[in-house]
Ligand binder design. Structure first.
Ligand code: ZN
Length: 135
C-alpha cells in the first residue's frame, strides 16, 4: 500500500509542470547554442522556468593566458522550436580575467532573465559580446 502511494505521488509529480528549480539544460528540455568567441568561453549554463520568465545562469572564462581582463556581457536569446525570437536580454557587464599557465581559469558568473517562459524544445542562444551592449 505504501509503495502504491509512492507510485501515485511520483506519477502526479511527472504529470505536473516541471518545478521551477529544474535545470532545463540538464534535462535536455532546452537546447543551448553558443557561437564560439575567440577570447571568452561560456562553459556552463543552466536555465529555469519560473512560470512567467526564463532565468538563465552561467559561467564564462577566458581562453587567454595573459593580458588585461576583458570586459563584456553575455547576450541571450530565447528561440521557439520554429526559430521565432521569444525574448532576448543582455547580462550585466562583467570582467573576464585571463588565467596563468598551469592554473584553471577563474570563472565569472552571469545571469539573465528573459520575459517569456521556454516552450518545449526551445533554444537558448548565448554569445559573449565585448564592451557595452550598445557599442
Ligand atoms: Zn550585446
Amino acid at each position: 500500500m505504501r509503495r502504491l502511494t509512492a507510485l501515485a505521488l511520483g506519477a502526479l509529480l511527472l504529470a505536473g509542470c516541471a518545478p521551477w528549480n529544474t535545470d532545463l539544460v540538464r534535462t535536455g528540455a532546452v537546447a543551448i547554442e553558443r557561437p564560439p568567441h575567440d577570447a571568452v568561453e561560456i562553459y556552463w549554463v543552466s536555465a529555469h522556468n519560473d512560470g512567467a520568465t526564463t532565468r538563465v545562469h552561467g559561467q564564462i572564462r577566458s581562453r587567454r593566458h595573459n593580458g588585461l581582463p576583458i570586459y563584456g556581457h553575455v547576450d541571450v536569446a530565447l528561440l521557439a522550436p520554429s526559430g521565432e525570437l521569444l525574448g532576448q536580454a543582455a547580462s550585466d557587464p562583467v570582467p573576464v580575467a585571463p588565467y596563468r599557465r598551469g592554473r584553471a581559469a577563474p570563472g565569472q558568473r552571469f545571469s539573465v532573465e528573459l520575459p517569456a517562459p521556454p516552450p518545449q524544445g526551445a533554444t537558448l542562444r548565448l554569445a559573449f559580446h565585448a564592451r557595452a551592449h550598445d557599442s
